[in-house]
Design a protein around this ligand. Structure first.
Ligand code: DX5
Ligand code: ZN
Length: 211
């Protein structure tokens, strides 16, 4: 063959999703050329709410495709949307998705208040409890101050925590007022993932009864 080169593209849909970064590295180390990402195919196989966290620098560019691919929630980072969040939120809504805003550990919580209080508000705030990047990192308990501040101000807001959540950290997050719990390695790495899911839910339910 002249002029073409082989592109071997393992499909990440068959990878261990709890260790996506490690799986990607493993495939490249083993000689893969491309990583095939089946963004559309997940919607075809489930009716579940697809909670999409966009750790990208230009979220606006993804709104249309994500909407068409069947995303349910579209959460962008405030750090990259300081100037255009109003337009972004409007677009996300008109593409049929629920807008959410995420903040990195170094970003003060006050930065998201205007987005919750705006004319077209976000419907979820995601408080990152690790630096964004990969699964399996250590939970940062100091981020609970942000969760608490948000819960105090907004009693009915969906507040999500993401990073290092599992049986040993859930109680702190739930007590602070988080109700949406992202869990990667603690669920997928458990011998009985169903038990971990139940435990996380029970902790959030218990905390919401006592606050
Ligand atoms: C981190 C991602 C997380 C990650 C969580 O950048 O936003 O969603 O997959 O993984 P665990 O629960 O293992 O910290
Ligand atoms: Zn995430």
């Amino acid at each position: 063959m002249v002029g073409v080169s082989p592109k071997i593209a393992p499909s990440m849909l068959s990878s261990d999703f709890a260790n996506l970064a490690a799986e990607a590295k493993r495939m490249i180390d083993l000689g893969a050329n491309w990583l095939h990402m089946d963004i559309m195919s997940l919607r075809k196989h489930t009716n579940a709410y697809l909670d999409c966290h966009l750790m990208v620098t230009n979220p606006m560019d993804y709104v249309e495709q994500m909407g068409k691919a069947g995303a349910s929630g579209f959460t962008f980072h405030i750090e990259v949307a300081q100037d255009n969040w109003q337009e972004l939120v409007r677009k996300i809504k008109s593409a049929g998705m629920r807008p959410g805003v995420a903040l990195k550990p170094g970003t003060p919580v006050e930065q998201v208040f205007p987005l919750v209080e705006g004319a077209t508000p976000v419907e979820m705030v995601l408080v990152m409890t690790v630096e964004p990047g990969f699964g399996g990192q250590k939970f940062m308990p100091t981020m609970m101050d942000k969760v608490q501040a948000l819960r105090q101000k907004y009693p009915t807001l969906d507040i999500e925590v993401d990073g290092g959540l599992g049986p040993s950290t859930i109680d702190a997050a739930a007590a602070a007022g988080a109700n949406c719990i992202v869990a990667g390695s603690s669920v997928f790495g458990a011998p009985e993932p169903g038990n971990v899911i139940s435990l996380l839910r029970a902790s959030v339910e218990k905390a919401s009864l006592t606050t």
